[in-house]
Design a protein around this ligand. Structure first.
Ligand SMILES: CC(C)(COP(=O)(O)OP(=O)(O)OC[C@H]1O[C@@H](n2cnc3c(N)ncnc32)[C@H](O)[C@@H]1OP(=O)(O)O)[C@@H](O)C(=O)NCCC(=O)NCCS
Length: 186
């Protein structure tokens, strides 16, 4: 990545990457081979959750979505073997009349979870929004994705008014919707 790209997107915190033997690559237009690896990771992490939701797993549709040329990708690789350890993709857009970065994917391989990679990527996303004076970040998360819900709570995401909401029954039992639309102010 050139210094100009780093400056434009304000990508930093390289100490974390070095310490963990990671390299970051930024794609303003995703390359096919890198996209294939990201797709494989989404399939591994998410297929089951999609199959247990109203959305269902539609490979062709997912590939089309991930190929949209409005998406930017930030990928993390192991420096030694250049293996994908995680990535995020996002789009600059407007959601519910609010200018925002919409996070499409945030995916970490199983063996690299709970080591701060997800937080590192999220911090970069918030920093990009701040630098570009984009006031909100939005995302969609499955109601059954407990680990992701906990993760996003750490970053002060909460359900937007347009999001399906959880329901509390008289017994005190809480039923989550299929998905939430979460947002945070930058
Ligand atoms: C959700 C995800 C991106 C988190 O990435 P990560 O690199 O593992 O997260 P971090 O190590 O930065 O964790 C930061 C904090 O989030 C919370 N968190 C993360 N994973 C958690 C889990 N499995 N259970 C409970 N809390 C969790 C913790 O508070 C954690 O801090 P701690 O480890 O000091 O307790 C990762 O688990 C993942 O890729 N999951 C599968 C794909 C997915 O669901 N993506 C989100 C789609 S919307």
């Amino acid at each position: 990545m050139t210094d100009k790209t780093k400056q434009k997107w304000n990508i930093s915190d390289e100490a974390y990457l070095e310490k963990n033997g990671l390299t970051m690559e930024f794609f303003s237009l995703m390359e096919n081979n890198a996209l294939k690896e990201c797709f494989a990771l989404v399939k591994e992490n998410m297929q089951c959750l999609y199959e247990n939701s109203v959305l269902r797993w539609d490979e062709g549709e997912k590939w089309r979505e991930m190929s949209m040329d409005t998406l930017r990708y930030v990928c993390l690789y192991s420096t030694e073997r250049h293996e994908l350890v995680g990535f995020m993709s996002f789009e600059e857009t407007v959601e519910a009349d609010l200018p925002c970065l919409y996070l499409y994917e945030l995916q970490i391989t199983m063996k690299m979870r709970r080591k701060g990679c997800g937080s590192w990527l999220m911090k970069q996303l918030l920093r990009i929004a701040e630098r570009r004076q984009i006031p909100y970040v939005f995302l969609t998360v499955f109601g059954k994705n407990e680990q992701a819900l906990k993760f996003y709570r750490q970053f002060h995401f909460s359900p937007h008014a347009t999001s399906p909401q959880s329901k509390m029954f008289r017994s005190g039992k809480v039923v989550h919707p299929d998905y939430y639309i979460l947002y945070t102010r930058v």
